[in-house]
Design a binder for this molecule. Structure first.
Ligand SMILES: [Zn+2]
Length: 169
């Protein structure tokens, strides 16, 4: 057995040192000081982790959590856009973001912009429209108005030049 093979067999050896499938690995340990040292240090690390105990939560944890829950329940429900934004902002799992982006794109494609409840939690049918949604709608309207204006201006351009020119005499 060579050292490269030993490294791939190391996890199994650590989990079950006495297993019969590890006989060749144990033989290699006897003849190779470098691998033996690595095995010993990993074993010491695992032993240390086994002895570690998670600290107890604060004695008031449950009460504080219950108070926070009641506060959140008393608040008016947030719109789906705000809930989604909060999720994207405060979710620490980086892999979650592309998943949400992909799911969102799919939902918008399928639903064509109809109401999408992304939380899965029941909530009152009438969620107040958030300020963010209002702003986005206003921006969208402005954008449409600007596009219409620029189209009108373009129409006033080249095709009508003949009418604007003074009549030849
Ligand atoms: Zn070795």
């Amino acid at each position: 057995m060579i050292c490269h093979n030993f490294k791939s067999a190391l996890p199994e050896l650590l989990l079950d040192p006495a297993a019969s499938t590890n006989a060749a690995v144990r033989e290699h340990l006897k003849s190779c000081p470098a691998c033996n040292e690595e095995f010993q240090s990993l074993q010491a690390t695992l032993a240390l982790l086994d002895s570690w105990e998670a600290p107890e939560p604060s004695p008031y944890f449950d009460q504080k959590l219950a108070v926070r829950l009641r506060e959140e329940q008393a608040l008016p429900p947030a719109g789906w856009f705000e809930r989604l934004r909060t999720r994207l902002l405060f979710n620490t799992d980086r892999q979650f973001r592309p998943v949400v982006a992909g799911a969102l794109a799919l939902i918008f494609l399928i639903a064509g912009g109809t109401f999408a409840d992304l939380s899965g939690f029941p909530h009152p049918a009438k969620a107040p429209v958030s300020a963010t949604v209002n702003d986005l709608q206003t921006l969208d309207k402005n954008d449409q108005a600007l596009q219409t204006m620029s189209m009108l201006l373009q129409d006033d351009g080249s095709p009508n030049d003949d009418f604007a020119a003074p009549p030849r005499s």
